[in-house]
Design a protein around this ligand. Structure first.
Ligand code: BMA
Length: 932
């Protein structure tokens, strides 16, 4: 069965919610489903379940002792083989997996991320591949009343054939597909999944129904018409990503046989009491009798009778209610409180067999709402309130952890990235709409770490078809994903798409000539389908149609606002590569900045495995160009660097490349620091035209899919760029931050996201001369800071302030060249404010060395660390440490060294000598001192 069905989904199948304590209700008559599927978590249960139902129960069943479960036969592993259309390539295969992984394991291709292999291996995605799996089934399995063949993810366009019989054609990698196959199974079976080339299929569909844009820019080395397919949109190439349009069974496959019904999804609503919308699956159109039980960890247990006819796709829906104890602990985002999670278990006990099916979800009690209320004199607020508290979103944007979908789900990699986000004081990540709906492990980790997830639906930077088939497929996808993910406390908000409202309004893809038709299609997809399905399935969190959008104001303006990037409404995406990113005054006072960022190059440690050790290290040019997908990317990067740092020429030797890496990371870290601090300083400030009240800063982008220049703060492989170290400081709960206004005033703010007042804080603003370690002037202000606010601590004419520091006044007309400021406040990490481009500053050539690295020790969290001691003979900005042997990270990096000795911790990932190297501007530049 493929996601066909009704196309437009019905309104909420469970109707209105009953009040707590009312009897659970079954859906009276099952509507047709657009897509089916089961993801039951079936466990062994032996508890006998019988006895009377609640007093108002309508059915009484005599139950057999519950001793059996459904049987699950996994079809994962190496029972598969794959071959191309003409049989010239035939290799063993693995499930979950994909064609690039299988061909690589068999030695047919090498690492697709090595050098120019992405282009070399273009033929892979242009062939048609057939996966065949051989397996046996026992008669016991086939004797059960229902046998379901479940595919948790098929990427993407394929015919599914069992023992020579076509079960159906599928074409959406984001849907779980289920086929009832009892009659077709034998002792020995062959399952085939015959994939059509995604590239050729996309091309074919676009000939029938062209939808712009046709192709990605030439620099991406990508493929065309990805918008025709419900496939990871970045798999055809992106400005940070490589085109590897995989095919394969990227998630598990299994057979599930049972006599009764299995619990498939548990949708949880909490509003005083707990309401569970339970989705069960059974043989289509069969009568199911039994009991549905639910229990909350540490709380109530309930049981209701179930008597329903499964719909024609085998689905049954049942609502249940549970009391919640008064002392239940709330779930909070990182930094706001603990992440309390409770197990909710749902069991179906069949009355006609002795079977039990159970599914347990981890649930966090929290309320979430998107507050859009009037701002004086113009616009609406746009912020999240969690458990009644307004939360400033601090974080980044998430892209898949690997460009090959089967590798993107690796729980270890995902956990490590999310912990790095938590360690950088983030409380939010936006799962961007050009990737995939992430794995269960992702959302489980986000629940545990307190990372709020802004969940885009997987539509990005494209117009999309609005054919009935496409809309039906989208409806099935969104319904399945909302039901799968809805119980996660971390999921904070659903968004219909990435940037498609802005793209349409601003004519990115040449749609202006036919604007109304595209607007109609846009509304059909994102409102008629996506919004309708989301709001029918989940009333417990907000939905926005696009990101960026003007929120409810976009809806009022027909879903395509006059200016979707307005700073008075909703969220904005802001990129400006031409202005000076280190100048806070260029940034707008938006309500919420959900994307902004700057490119940098990853470290040589990350690049090396992708480079030819001889050819590319002599002349990096060809490799560097191949990896840069953003049109004009290096030009922007170089221009930005040159505004502030000495950087005469991009030279393509290895040392030149290393210099470009270091300088680009400085530029990225500094620009993003300045921009983020700007947003945080505006959290409760409104200007005369109503801008401000900024309540979120999610920079683009957290992670990477290959070794290439990109906007990420963490490199492919896990190394932290300088930006990630800076993020930890600029997202800290209390921040001290300064700027120089266009009128030449120095302003210093303390921003506190804490929930309590900070009493008696001493803020120190120090004037430093570049030539000496000792500050030449210190101003201290002692005061208290209100919770959840940005407070101006100091506002003075900068030049007058600097002249208080001896030595800055050598040349009064150019005083900023000689000095810089450091800022400190109790509970906040130290900060600094540069006053002039460093290339023009009186910077001494500093020599920084590693004076010692301690033996490994354990901290109070049980993490291993080493103490690294540094020595400097002069003040040194952007001191950068790297372990040549270990991808671990430091407690601080890229810092401004204002003392002759400095200690940082290194958290290794391996046991050996970390072999730490230091880079500074002095070691990287022949001279950064201006003629004094
Ligand atoms: C935004 C994102 C991505 C892109 C990034 C950098 O448009 O949504 O599409 O990678 O900017 O260009």
């Amino acid at each position: 069965m493929s996601p066909g069905g009704t196309g437009y989904p019905e309104r909420n199948k469970w109707g209105r919610r009953a009040s707590c304590g009312a009897i659970a209700r079954a859906r009276p008559s099952p509507p047709a489903r657009a897509a089916g599927g089961a993801q039951p978590s079936v466990r062994s249960q032996t508890a006998a379940v019988a006895g009377p139902a609640s007093s108002s129960a309508m059915y009484v069943f005599l139950l057999l002792p519950a001793v059996a479960t459904a049987s699950l036969l996994s079809l994962d592993g190496d029972l598969w083989a794959v071959r191309n259309a003409n049989g010239s390539v035939a290799v063993p295969a693995n499930v979950p997996g994909g064609i690039y992984s299988d061909l690589r394991a068999a030695g047919v291709i090498g690492d697709p991320l090595y050098r120019f292999n992405d282009v070399e291996y273009r033929w892979v995605a242009r062939d048609n591949w057939t996966y065949s799996g051989q397996f046996e089934t026992l008669p016991e399995l086939r004797q059960k009343r229902s046998v379901m063949l479940v595919f948790h993810g098929i990427d993407t366009v394929a015919d599914v054939v069992l023992n020579g019989l076509l079960l159906g054609r599928v074409d959406n990698m984001f849907v779980r597909f289920v086929f009832f196959v009892k009659e077709l199974l034998r002792d020995d079976n062959e399952l085939q999944v015959r994939f059509t080339s995604p590239v050729l299929e996309a091309e074919r569909r676009s000939r029938d129904n062209p939808v712009p844009p046709s192709c990605v820019p030439a620099q991406y080395n990508g493929e065309c018409h990805v918008n025709q397919l419900r496939k990871m949109q970045a798999s055809f190439g992106w400005d940070w990503g490589v085109a590897l349009p995989s095919v394969g069974l990227w998630k598990s496959v299994h057979l599930l046989s049972f006599d009764g019904a299995v619990v498939q999804d548990v949708v949880v609503h909490w509003n005083g009491c707990l309401k569970l919308d339970v989705v069960l699956v059974a043989a289509p159109s069969t009568q199911v009798y039994g009991w549905l039980e639910a229990s909350l960890e540490g709380g109530e247990h309930t049981r209701v009778p179930l008597s329903q006819v499964a719909d024609d796709e085998g689905e049954l829906l049942q609502e249940l209610e549970l009391e919640v104890p008064n002392d239940v602990k709330l779930w909070w985002p990182n930094g706001e409180g603990p992440q309390s999670l409770y197990n909710i278990s749902v069991r179906f006990v069949s009355a006609t067999s002795n079977e039990v099916s159970e599914k347990t979800v981890r649930y966090g009690f929290r309320n979430i709402s998107l507050v859009q209320k009037r701002v004086d004199p113009a616009g609406l607020t746009f912020y999240l309130e969690v458990n009644g508290r307004s939360v400033f979103l601090k974080g980044s944007n998430w892209i898949p952890a690997n460009t090959l979908p089967e590798l993107s789900t690796d729980a270890g990699t995902v956990r490590r990235l999310l912990e790095a986000a938590r360690d950088a004081n983030m409380n939010a990540l936006r799962v961007w709409g050009g990737g995939v709906y992430e794995s269960d492990a992702f959302y489980e980790a986000a629940d545990e770490l307190g990372i709020l997830v802004w969940q885009d639906m997987m539509f990005a930077c494209n117009m999309y078809p609005a054919t009935p088939q496409f809309l039906a497929s989208a409806a099935a996808e969104v319904r399945y994903q909302v039901r799968r993910l809805q119980h996660h406390a971390s999921v904070a908000l659903w968004a219909g798409n990435n940037e498609n409202e802005a793209a349409l309004r601003q004519n990115w893809y040449g749609t202006a000539g036919n604007f109304s038709a595209y607007q109609r299609d846009y509304v059909s997809l994102y409102v008629g389908v996506v919004k309708t399905v989301v709001t029918a399935e989940d009333v417990s969190r907000p939905f926005v149609v696009s990101s960026p959008s003007n929120g409810v104001e976009s809806e009022r303006e027909g879903y395509i606002a006059r200016d979707p990037q307005s700073s008075l409404y909703g969220d904005t995406h802001y990129y400006n590569y031409l202005a000076d990113g280190w100048d806070a005054n260029i940034y707008s006072q938006t309500r919420l900045s959900s994307e902004y960022g700057f490119q940098s190059l990853p470290s040589l440690h990350t690049f090396l495995p992708a480079m030819d050790p001889i050819v590319d290290l002599i002349d990096v040019r060809q490799f560097a160009m191949h990896r840069q997908h953003q049109p004009g990317g290096y030009i922007y990067m170089n221009m930005q660097i040159r505004r502030h740092l000495l950087y005469p020429e991009m030279d393509y030797t290895l040392s030149g490349f290393q210099e470009a890496i270091y300088l680009s990371q400085i530029n990225q870290a500094m620009s993003t620091k300045v921009e983020t601090e700007h947003y945080r300083r505006h959290r409760n400030v409104v200007n005369s035209i109503g801008e401000g009240m900024t309540m979120g800063a999610l920079y683009w982008q957290l992670n990477d899919v290959w070794q290439a220049p990109s906007w990420s703060s963490i490199e492919f492989g896990g190394r932290w760029k300088m930006l990630h170290y800076y993020a930890r400081k600029f997202f800290s709960p209390v921040m001290v931050s300064g700027l120089v206004t266009p009128a030449g005033r120095l302003e210093v703010y303390v921003v506190s996201d804490l929930r309590h007042e900070l009493p008696n804080v001493t803020v120190a603003v120090r004037v430093h001369r570049w030539e000496q370690f000792e500050p030449s002037h210190v101003r201290k202000v002692a005061t208290s800071f209100p919770p959840g606010a940005s407070t101006l601590v100091l506002s003075e004419d900068l030049t007058s302030f600097l002249l208080l520091g001896q030595g800055c006044c050598n040349q009064v007309d150019d005083v900023r060249r000689y000095c810089f400021l450091t800022l400190s406040a109790d509970a906040a990490p130290d900060n600094f404010l540069l006053l002039a481009p460093l290339k023009d500053s009186a910077l001494p050539p500093a020599d920084v060395t590693v004076a010692g690295v301690s033996q490994p020790q354990l901290d109070d969290r049980g993490r291993q660390y080493r103490v690294v001691t540094l020595a400097a003979d002069a003040v040194a900005p952007f001191v950068w440490l790297e372990s040549r042997a270990d991808a671990g990270h430091f407690s601080d990096n890229g810092f401004l060294m204002t003392q002759p000795t400095w200690r940082v911790l290194f958290y290794p990932e391996s046991r050996g000598d970390p072999d730490i190297a230091v880079t500074t501007l002095a070691t990287n530049h022949n001279s950064t001192s201006p003629a004094a």
